[in-house]
Design a protein around this ligand. Structure first.
Ligand SMILES: NC(=O)c1ccc[n+]([C@@H]2O[C@H](COP(=O)([O-])OP(=O)(O)OC[C@H]3O[C@@H](n4cnc5c(N)ncnc54)[C@H](OP(=O)(O)O)[C@@H]3O)[C@@H](O)[C@H]2O)c1
Length: 278
């Protein structure tokens, strides 16, 4: 039985992906930050998938200690990791710092993926053929990267600027990791799920909420539809052996020029390793 660890599994596209993967026979380990909500989501996934092989582990991705505890708890319980889905993500209206002193968006959306993946990488390699999936965003096309001011300390913070940077980080990380995983039987790919009606929009400013409600009703796809590229990359035989790519609607798409900058990817990798103490 394949074992999948899925972050951000308590809402939106992560919750729907958990249901599909459980239906497809994976043992699914759902990561959540709120104990009661996570318990409820596990029960929901069990019920909607008809599978009993659904479990959970806690983590708050604003804390590196919590991410380390997650990796440790996972290792204590499971001896393989066939699919790692990095999906937990958020937006922050105001600039703020985590307890580790890192800008919230970059910490959760990029360093969260980076630290968890690196802490579990040997287990993924041991489980080969295995897959790593990073939920990025089309927002990465607007992302910029300033390695001397990753957290917008010198100014210029905006909700979408910070989000775009974190998602550009996801695509750069995907490509840098793929280079490191060559020949190891593990693939890593990034994706944009579509514009999906989920709770993530609740983080946008109050004035934007009525507009977002209208957009949700008129144009956004459902979380179940949005989860399809996750499950495609996690399971589809068509993508076996494909790595270091960026997907939208189950198709490879060329990411931004910055995302394709190999030197920048390596610089970000080193900086990220430094920021998480690896
Ligand atoms: N919705 C879109 O249109 C869209 C477009 C492009 C990319 N994405 C990406 O898709 C991914 C999933 O987002 P979604 O749209 O499904 O949004 P969502 O419904 O808000 O789900 C986000 C998930 O991440 C979890 N999460 C957020 N911050 C966390 C933290 N500090 N620690 C632990 N878990 C945390 C949430 O936990 P709680 O349940 O506790 O809140 C939830 O399970 C994100 O990476 C997002 O950037 C979404």
């Amino acid at each position: 039985m394949k074992t999948t660890l899925l972050t951000g599994a308590t809402s939106g596209i992560g919750l729907e992906a958990a249901i599909t993967l459980a239906k497809e026979g994976h043992r699914v380990v759902m990561v959540g930050r709120d104990e009661a909500k996570t318990r409820q989501c596990v029960a929901d996934v069990k019920q909607r998938s008809g599978s009993a092989n659904v479990d959970s582990l806690p983590c708050d991705f604003t804390s590196q200690a919590s991410i380390r505890a997650l990796a440790q708890a996972y290792r204590a319980k499971y001896d393989r990791l066939d699919v790692l889905v990095n999906n937990a993500g958020s937006v922050f209206n105001e600039r703020g710092l985590t307890t580790d002193g890192i800008e919230n968006t970059f910490a959760v959306n990029h360093l969260g993926y980076f630290l968890l993946t690196n802490l579990l990488l040997d287990l993924v390699i041991k489980s080969a053929p295995a897959r790593i999936v990073l939920v990025a965003s089309t927002g990465h096309y607007r992302g910029t990267m300033d390695l001397t001011d990753l957290g917008f300390e010198k100014g210029g913070y905006s909700i979408m600027g910070a989000y775009g940077r974190s998602k550009l980080g996801n695509v750069l990380m995907t490509r840098a990791l793929a280079r490191r995983l060559e020949g190891k039987g593990v693939t890593v790919n990034a994706l944009h799920p579509g514009v999906v009606a989920t709770n993530i929009w609740g983080g946008a400013p109050g004035w934007a909420q009525p507009i977002l409600a209208a957009l949700k009703a008129l144009f956004m796809i459902t979380p179940a539809q949005g989860s399809k590229t996750i499950t495609f990359l996690a399971t589809a035989p068509e993508v076996e052996g494909q790595s270091g790519l960026y997907f939208e609607k189950n198709k490879v798409k060329t990411p931004s020029a910055l995302a394709r900058d190999e030197a920048l990817g390596e610089q970000l990798w080193r900086k990220s390793a430094e920021l998480v103490g690896l």
